[in-house]
Design a binder for this molecule. Structure first.
Ligand code: SF4
Ligand code: SF4
Length: 165
């Protein structure tokens, strides 16, 4: 298995709370010429692992742009081309799932790191707040709250669901 990154979402959230002006570097898989509205690994991980997957999801009902929906596994997905960054979903979510900076249009291309590129992956680890992202050869370790997001990314977070990941 090739090297992967481990993103500690618990520490990342703490870093964001400590410094609300913190502009986090972002890991992505598909860089595009137009970076506006790009979906990041952090957003994917949040909807997959942190979101409580509410049955009548208020975030979906409140969205004025019909930009949110659930996939077949009940995981929320956001259509960035429809989202107007109003943050109504952030306000109504009873669990504080989303970080508000998901919804700003990232204009600084230097903040994006493509995880398909080994060198970019190393650079990403170096620029993230200390202790929040590391390189690893390990697989998922549910006993240590470490789960797999995809072939390149492991995420450490407290799971609401008791389902096996
Ligand atoms: S920020 Fe507004 S438009 Fe975007 S997903 Fe949330 S509620 Fe919908
Ligand atoms: S309201 Fe919050 S916890 Fe519930 S489905 Fe939406 S994002 Fe997830």
């Amino acid at each position: 298995m090739s090297r992967q990154i481990l993103i500690d979402m618990i520490k990342l959230r703490a870093a964001m709370v400590e410094n609300s002006a913190l502009e986090l570097p972002e890991a992505i898989f598909y860089p595009s010429v137009n970076m506006n509205g790009l979906k990041t690994i952090r957003e994917l991980a949040t909807f997959r692992f942190t979101c409580r997957k509410c049955e009548d999801a208020p975030c979906i009902s409140v969205c004025p742009a019909e930009a949110l929906e659930k996939d077949e596994d009940g995981v929320i997905t956001r259509y960035t081309n429809l989202c107007v960054s109003c943050k109504s979903c952030v306000t109504i979510c009873p669990f504080g799932t989303m970080m508000t900076d998901f919804f700003k249009h990232h204009r600084n291309r230097d903040l994006f790191y493509d995880l398909k590129d080994e060198k970019d992956m190393e650079r990403f680890v170096k620029v993230c707040p200390e202790g929040t992202v590391s390189l690893t050869d390990d697989d998922k370790l549910p006993d240590k709250n470490i789960y797999r997001l995809n072939e390149k990314v492991l995420v450490k977070d407290y799971l609401y669901s008791t389902e096996k990941q």
